[in-house]
Design a protein around this ligand. Structure first.
Ligand code: ADP
Length: 326
């Protein structure tokens, strides 16, 4: 099974411990920032690859040292970088994370000039990319992928998805609604609705659905997506049970308690990765939700969206031992 994830990877600055300067009150501590790389589809791509599925990451980068480092990291994760274009004189976007004591997080972005905004825009690059994507069993994209693209490029991608699905490919989508990336909520709803109509699997976060569509209850989200023709729908709700809708039936699946939630950055992305890696390797949707919960639990116990590979793989091994013991 081969999956391609399309989107943007940014430079990430996340708070670590804080430093107390001599003679200063603790309240004046300066946070230390750890520099890494993240982006919703990138995070998902990394954890899918760690889950043993062959992954290609599709984006545009610059020719700066940070872009170079992104490529090095992708290669270290065994992710295919052959469909990544480089734009001379450009560099990736940047975002900062702020955490509250309960592990919730807030983001601030500098990404207006990011090369990834030109995804699917250049005709020659687009044709080469289509050939690459047609070799994949599954494509994964998000509302952020759509939001950063030009209207024309988005329309081209939408038309391509219809062609891709007609040839047997599967599409997985997470709406990941970020209001500031869209001209208006109406524009976001229109684009997201069009892409959901081309999605075989939708992995949505209820909070984002409420912000985008004004849902009062998950039932209205489930009904709307059934109307879009989404055959397999997953609704994530933080620590609340995950909802799974298949063939018109809605099932609630418990989320195991996580003893120490340090930073929920990447929770939804890692859930999606656990789900898709399991699903593409033959697991049922129910088993895949459990795999999604396990993947997210490993990630929210650490700071930042991407936890170190060794630490992650040890956690996978520990989960496998615990499962056998059960
Ligand atoms: P997002 O990151 O998109 O806001 P959610 O907050 O809904 O997504 O979380 C996605 C998944 O992460 C959940 O379905 C669950 O598996 C896990 N998760 C998130 N918060 C918690 C928590 N407090 N306790 C246990 N698991 C959690």
């Amino acid at each position: 099974m081969k999956l391609a994830a399309l989107g943007e990877v940014m430079v990430e600055l996340a708070p670590q411990a804080s430093v107390q300067a001599e003679g200063q009150a603790e309240s004046q501590n300066k946070p230390l920032l750890a520099q890494s790389y993240a982006g919703d589809t990138y995070n998902t791509a990394v954890y899918i690859a760690r889950g043993g599925v062959s992954v290609s990451y599709v984006t545009l980068l610059g020719d700066d040292p940070y872009s170079e480092e992104v490529l090095t990291r992708l290669v270290a994760e065994n992710i295919d970088t052959s469909a990544i274009a480089r734009l001379p004189g450009r560099c990736p976007g940047l975002y900062m994370i702020q955490n509250t004591p309960d592990g919730e997080r807030y983001f601030t972005y500098w990404r207006g000039e990011a090369p990834a905004r030109e995804l699917f825009a250049d005709p020659a690059r687009r044709e080469a990319l289509k050939t690459h994507l047609l070799q994949m069993d599954c494509l994964y994209l998000s509302g952020i992928t759509l939001a950063i693209m030009s209207d024309e490029a988005r329309a081209e991608l939408l038309a391509f998805l219809a062609e891709y699905r007609a040839q047997g490919g599967r599409v997985a989508f997470d709406s990941n609604y970020r209001p500031r990336l869209w001209a208006s909520a109406d524009a976001a709803r229109e684009a997201v609705a069009q892409f959901l109509q081309q999605a075989d699997m939708a992995l949505l976060t209820f909070e984002d659905e409420q912000a985008l569509w004004g849902d009062k209850r998950p039932g209205s989200c489930a009904k709307r997506n059934a109307g879009f023709g989404v055959a397999e729908l997953v609704i994530k709700r933080g620590a609340e049970p995950v909802l799974l809708q298949r063939e018109g039936e809605l099932t609630a699946i418990d989320v195991p308690a996580v003893s120490s939630v340090v930073d929920t950055t990447g929770a939804g992305d890692s859930f999606n990765a656990g789900y898709l890696a399991a699903r593409l390797q033959g697991a049922t949707p129910e088993q895949s939700v459990a795999a999604g919960n396990r993947c997210a639990a490993r990630v929210i116990g650490h700071r930042g969206a991407i936890i170190p590979r060794d630490e992650y793989l040890s956690a996978v091994a520990a989960d496998a031992v615990a499962e056998v013991a059960c």
